[in-house]
Design a protein around this ligand. Structure first.
Ligand SMILES: Cc1cc2nc3c(=O)[nH]c(=O)nc-3n(C[C@H](O)[C@H](O)[C@H](O)COP(=O)(O)OP(=O)(O)OC[C@H]3O[C@@H](n4cnc5c(N)ncnc54)[C@H](O)[C@@H]3O)c2cc1C
Ligand SMILES: NC(=O)c1ccc[n+]([C@@H]2O[C@H](COP(=O)([O-])OP(=O)(O)OC[C@H]3O[C@@H](n4cnc5c(N)ncnc54)[C@H](OP(=O)(O)O)[C@@H]3O)[C@@H](O)[C@H]2O)c1
Ligand SMILES: Cc1cc2nc3c(=O)[nH]c(=O)nc-3n(C[C@H](O)[C@H](O)[C@H](O)COP(=O)(O)O)c2cc1C
Length: 583
C-alpha cells in the first residue's frame, strides 16, 4: 500500500503498538482496498474541550457554535464554562479551545477568577499533553484590551501546553476574527488527522434552548410604548423608564437578561463631522460586511462617532504623522490618554488636527462599527407579558466647548417618539438569575440605574409568590429628585413583598453617603442574612461602586463573622451566591 504508515507518530501509541497496528491495517486494506483511506482524506477524531469565560454571553454563544461544528466534523467536543471547570482536568485533556472575554482592569469575567487563580498557583498542573488555542474577546476602548485572554494564553504556554494557533483577539465585532480563528483551528485538527476509520455515527447534539431568530444582524423592530422620566425636572441628571412591545416577535427573556439596542447617531453630530471633514455626505463608501452606502447614512446608522479609542487615535496619528498624538500613545502616557479619550470623540480629532482626512472612504475606514448598547432589563416577563422595560440614565455633558451626548441614551431621550420602532434583541445573562428555590433570601445592591434588574426581580418574586425575603439597597444623588421607582418600592415594602429597603442619597448632606455605608451600618443583619443562605446581587457602575461594595462586603464579614473574609467571599462565588451585573 502506498499510504503506509497508517498510524502517524503523533498518535497516542508506543512504537510496538504502532508497528502492530500498521501491520494489521496493511493486511486489512490489502484484502479490502475499498476501506483504505487516502492520506488526504485521513481522519482522526479528536477529543476537544471547548471552554469559555463569558459574562454577557458572547463567548458562550461562540463556544457553542464551535462545539457544534467540531461535532459535525466528527470530533468529540466537551463544552464547559471555566466557572465549572476544575483546573486539574486540563492535565488529562488532549486539546482545549478557549474563548475568554476580559472585564474590570484586564481581569477574567467574575466566574472565571477561581479557575485563573488556580492556573496561576504554584500547584497548577503540568500541561505537556495539552494542545490549545485561545480566542480573546474584548473592546479596544478599554486600556487592557483582551488582557485576560492573552494572559491565559501565556500561562498555558508557561505550564508546558503547546499552542496550536496563536491567540486571536476580537474587538467588539467578533464575527470575522471568530471565523478566522475557527477556520485555522479546524484546519489544524484536519492536518493532525490519522488514517483510522471514521467514528461510528455520532449522537445528535444536546438540544439547546430555542434561539430567537432575532440577533445583532437581524434585530427585531420593537415599538416604544412608554417613555417616562423617573427623575424630577430639578435633578442634575435625567433617568428614563422605557417600555417596548415585543408583540409579533419570538423574543423571550428572563429577569437578569439585558436588552440590546442598535442605536443611530444624532443627525446634528453627523452634520458637524461632515463639515469638519469637508465632505458632503453624498459620497458612496464601502462598509465591511455591510456593503456600500452614502457616507451620511453610514455615519448615522453604522459607524461609531461618539466615542474615541486608542486604536482610532493611533490610526489617525499614523495617517497624519501627528507627533503630539504619537506622544500621547506612549505607554508612560496612559493616564493622559485615558483622560483624552474619556470626554472626546472623533470630531475632536478632525477639528484639533485638520487636513488628515482627505476622502469619504478614509473617514469610513477609520471609524469602528457602531456597537449595540445593553440595558439590564427592568421588568419581569411574568408581570409584564409581551413587554420589556429598561431604565436608562441619559449621558449628557459639556466638554472642550461642545455639548455632547451618548448615542443611545440621547436617542431615547431626544429623538425616539412613542410608537416608533427601534432595532433590539435580547442578550441573555444566565449568570444573573434569581435562586431556583424561591424561599432563598436575596440581597440586592443597585445604586442609580443599577436598580434595573432588581425591579424585574421584585416583580417576578411578587407575581410568582416567592416566599424568600428580599432586601434592596438603593442609592442615588438626592431623595427629592432621584428616588427611582419610589412609589412602587414603598408599596412593595408596605405589603411585605420587599422585606427591607435601605437608601443612600449621596448629595443630601455635606458628606457623601453610599450604599456600601449602609451595608456596613447594618453589617450584623447583613451577615445574618448571608448565614441564612441569602444570595447576593450587585448591579451598576463597575469602575468604582462594584469595587467599593465588594470591599464593604469583606469588611462586614470580617467584623461580624469573625472569619476569613476572603475565603467566605470566595465561597459565596463558588456556591453561586454572589452575582454581579456591572458596566
Ligand atoms: C451589561 C450592561 C448593562 C447595562 N445596563 C444599563 C442600564 O440598565 N441602564 C443604563 O443607563 N445603562 C446601562 N448600561 C450602559 C449602557 O449600555 C450604555 O453604555 C450607556 O447608556 C451609554 O451609552 P450611550 O450610547 O448613551 O453613550 P456613548 O455614545 O456610548 O457614550 C458614552 C461615553 O461618553 C463618555 N462620557 C459619559 N459620561 C460622561 C461625562 N459625564 N463626562 C465625560 N464623558 C462622559 C464616556 O467616554 C463614555 O464611554 C449597561 C451596560 C452593560 C454593558
Ligand atoms: N461605564 C459607563 O458607561 C457608566 C456606568 C455607570 C454610569 N454611567 C453614567 O453615569 C450617569 C448616571 O448613571 P447612574 O444614574 O446609573 O448612576 P450615578 O448617578 O453615576 O450614580 C448613582 C449613585 O451612586 C453614587 N456613587 C458614586 N460613586 C459611588 C461609589 N464608589 N460607590 C457607591 N455609590 C457611588 C452616586 O453618588 P455621587 O454621584 O453623588 O458621587 C449616586 O448617588 C449616566 O450618564 C450613566 O450613563 C456610565
Ligand atoms: C464593564 C465592562 C468591562 C470591560 N472591560 C474590558 C477590558 O478591560 N478589556 C477589554 O478588552 N474588554 C473589556 N470589555 C469588553 C468585553 O470583554 C467584550 O464586550 C466581550 O465581547 C464580552 O464578552 P462576553 O459577552 O462573553 O462576556 C468590558 C466590557 C464591560 C461591559
Amino acid at each position: 500500500m502506498s499510504n503506509l504508515p497508517f498510524i502517524p507518530d503523533s498518535a497516542p501509541f508506543n512504537p510496538a503498538q504502532r508497528a502492530w497496528l500498521n501491520g494489521f491495517l496493511a493486511g486489512l486494506y490489502s484484502c479490502a482496498p475499498e476501506l483504505a483511506i487516502s492520506p488526504q482524506a485521513a481522519f482522526e477524531p479528536r477529543n476537544v474541550a471547548v471552554l469559555y469565560a463569558s459574562q454577557t454571553g458572547t463567548g458562550e454563544r461562540l463556544a457553542k457554535k464551535v462545539a457544534k461544528e467540531l461535532k459535525a466534523k466528527g470530533h468529540t467536543a466537551k463544552l464547559s464554562s471555566l466557572d465549572a471547570y476544575p483546573v486539574h482536568e486540563l492535565s488529562v485533556e488532549e486539546c482545549a479551545v478557549i474563548i475568554a472575554s476580559t472585564y474590570g482592569e484586564g481581569d477574567p469575567p467574575d466566574g472565571a477568577k477561581g479557575f485563573f487563580d488556580a492556573l496561576c498557583a504554584e500547584t497548577a498542573p503540568h500541561l505537556e499533553r495539552l494542545e490549545y488555542t485561545v480566542l480573546a474577546l474584548g473592546d479596544s476602548h478599554y486600556e487592557h484590551f483582551c488582557k485576560f485572554g492573552v494572559d491565559l494564553d501565556q500561562r498555558l504556554a508557561a505550564l508546558g501546553a503547546r499552542r496550536a494557533e496563536p491567540v486571536v483577539t476580537a474587538d467588539v465585532d467578533v464575527d470575522e476574527p471568530f471565523e478566522r480563528w475557527k477556520s485555522a483551528l479546524l484546519a489544524r485538527l484536519e492536518t493532525s488527522a490519522a488514517p483510522t476509520p471514521p467514528p461510528p455515527a455520532l449522537a445528535a447534539p444536546a438540544p439547546a434552548a430555542p434561539a430567537s431568530i432575532y440577533h445583532r444582524d437581524n434585530p427585531f423592530y420593537a415599538s416604544l410604548v412608554e417613555k417616562r422620566v423617573l427623575t424630577a425636572e430639578t435633578s442634575s441628571k435625567t433617568t428614563l423608564h422605557l417600555s417596548f412591545s415585543l408583540a409579533g416577535s419570538d423574543l423571550a427573556y428572563e429577569t437578569g437578561d439585558a436588552l440590546a439596542v442598535l442605536p443611530s447617531n444624532d443627525p446634528k453630530l453627523v452634520a458637524d463631522l461632515l463639515e469638519a471633514a469637508h465632505l458632503s455626505g453624498e459620497e458612496v463608501v464601502e462598509v465591511p460586511k455591510l456593503g456600500s452606502r452614502p457616507l451620511s447614512a453610514a455615519l448615522t446608522h453604522l459607524l461609531q462617532i461618539t466615542r474615541l479609542s486608542r486604536k482610532l487615535v493611533d490610526a489617525y496619528a499614523r495617517a497624519g504623522d501627528l507627533k503630539p498624538l504619537h506622544n500621547l500613545l506612549l505607554p508612560e502616557q496612559q493616564t493622559h490618554l485615558d483622560a483624552y479619550l474619556y470626554d472626546r470623540g472623533p470630531i475632536d480629532l478632525l477639528t484639533e488636527y485638520p487636513g488628515v482626512v482627505t476622502s469619504a472612504q478614509q473617514l469610513a475606514d477609520l471609524l469602528p462599527r457602531l456597537a449595540p448598547r445593553l440595558y439590564s432589563i427592568s421588568s419581569s416577563p411574568r408581570a409584564h407579558a409581551g413587554e420589556v422595560h429598561a431604565t436608562v440614565a441619559v449621558v449628557r455633558y459639556r466638554a472642550h466647548n461642545r455639548e455632547r451626548g451618548g448615542v443611545c441614551s440621547t436617542l431615547f431621550a431626544d429623538r425616539a417618539e412613542l410608537k416608533e420602532t427601534l432595532p433590539v434583541y435580547i442578550q441573555h445573562n444566565k449568570k444573573f438569575r434569581l435562586p431556583t428555590d424561591s424561599a432563598t433570601p436575596v440581597i440586592m445592591i443597585g445604586p442609580g440605574t443599577g436598580i434595573a434588574p432588581f425591579r424585574g426581580f421584585l416583580h417576578e418574586r411578587c407575581v410568582t409568590g416567592a416566599t424568600g425575603k428580599n432586601w434592596l439597597f438603593f442609592g442615588d444623588r438626592s431623595a427629592a429628585t432621584d428616588f427611582l421607582y419610589r412609589e412602587e418600592l414603598e408599596q412593595m415594602l408596605a405589603v411585605g413583598k420587599l422585606t427591607r429597603l435601605d437608601t443612600a442619597f449621596s448629595r443630601d448632606q455635606a458628606q457623601k453617603i453610599y450604599v456600601q455605608d449602609r451595608m456596613i451600618e447594618h453589617g450584623a443583619e447583613f451577615f445574618a442574612w448571608l448565614q441564612q443562605g441569602a444570595t447576593l446581587y450587585v448591579c451598576g457602575d463597575a469602575s468604582r461602586m462594584a469595587k467599593d461594595v465588594d470591599a464593604a462586603l469583606h469588611t462586614l464579614i470580617a467584623q461580624h463573622g469573625n472569619t476569613d473574609a476572603e475565603a467566605y467571599v470566595q465561597d459565596l462565588h463558588d456556591s453561586k451566591r454572589y452575582h454581579r451585573d456591572v458596566y
